[in-house]
Design a protein around this ligand. Structure first.
Ligand SMILES: C[S@@+](CC[C@H](N)C(=O)[O-])C[C@H]1O[C@@H](n2cnc3c(N)ncnc32)[C@H](O)[C@@H]1O
Length: 289
């Protein structure tokens, strides 16, 4: 899942959203950078029985789908997303891994009715709920659809990641904070649920929090081509949304970081890292009278 990379579009509303191949590539980079976290998260899930039917809500390119199939190799996953480009990629990966029989991709706007949820044992919603116009409505649908004993897992990111130390770059210290402040304000204008505390919303939808975790992640990128590329793509997309609001000096400094051939390129710096906070909730339907 990717926060820095995921906001170049608005809500689904029945058409293809979510960017094309470049966005899909970024989601895959995200899976590589955060692979260790993801494996740990999936092994933490308080499932009662081994889930057989799984729904991945806003599955993207399948980061969650494949991590879940690693832990639950007998399961079947229905991957729902409004972006057919992402689902195409997910399907290709499933085919390549010999998992085609265990994965169905279903193009679907989660803001629309009806939701093709079936009766799943496990629903996974990673970095997707905050994209929706009315996430609580979707949460109520999930509560009603879950099989007895079923579990919903929500994962969300706490804003844009940071890729450099606070005092970098040398010539414009604090550049990233200034960029992120603009980007956060703009993102929240069209995504009101971004960085929301989903705990109360889950309770309001009739879901009881069984386990919650917050992970402050810091991944060292020195010498890692993947982290360098991830930082480059992250700040590149950030720039596209905020360039008109940056000072000329900040914009020039940002462009020096983004210049793949330049001496300050994010691909070559030895102080690149990824710092971000991810929150996860594992919830079950509240007992009804
Ligand atoms: C930040 S990505 C997360 C993808 C994936 N869950 C992951 O963790 O890598 C958000 C995903 O939500 C999808 N999405 C956004 N709005 C949607 C909507 N209204 N209906 C269905 N999918 C939507 C996007 O296409 C995108 O794939």
């Amino acid at each position: 899942m990717s926060e820095a990379h995921g906001h170049g579009h608005g809500h689904g509303h029945g058409h293809d959203v979510g960017g094309g191949a470049d966005m899909a590539e970024v989601l895959d980079l995200d899976a590589e950078v955060f692979g260790g976290y993801l494996a740990d998260l999936v092994s933490w899930l308080p499932v009662q029985d081994t889930p057989r039917e799984i729904v991945d809500l806003g599955a993207g390119t399948g980061v969650g789908t494949f991590a879940l199939l690693d832990r639950f190799p007998e399961a079947h996953v229905t991957a729902l997303d409004a972006s057919s480009a992402h689902l195409r990629r997910l399907q290709e990966k499933a085919d390549g891994a010999g998992l085609a029989g265990q994965v169905d991709v279903v193009p679907c706007d989660l803001d629309a009715e009806p939701l093709p949820l079936g009766s799943p044992d496990l629903v996974w919603a990673s970095a997707s709920l905050h994209h929706l116009a009315d996430p609580e409505r979707v949460l109520r649908r999930v509560r009603d659809a879950l099989a007895p004993g079923g579990l919903l897992v929500v994962v969300e990111i706490d804003g844009f990641p940071r890729f450099l130390p606070a005092d970098a770059p040398e010539d414009r210290p604090g550049l990233e904070e200034r960029c992120a402040a603009v980007a956060d304000r703009r993102a929240e204008e069209h995504l009101p649920h971004r960085r929301a505390d989903f705990g109360p919303m889950l309770e309001a939808a009739g879901l009881r929090v069984e386990a919650q975790r917050t992970d402050d992640l810091e991944i060292d990128g020195a010498g890692s081509a993947t982290v360098g590329r991830y930082a480059l793509e992250g700040l590149r997309r950030l720039r596209a949304g905020i360039a008109d609001e940056l000072s000329a000096e900040d914009l020039a400094a940002l462009d020096r970081l983004l210049d793949e051939d330049g001496p300050q390129s994010l691909l070559r710096r030895d102080d690149v890292q990824v710092r971000t906070t991810r929150r996860a909730w594992a919830v079950r339907p509240t007992a009804r009278d």
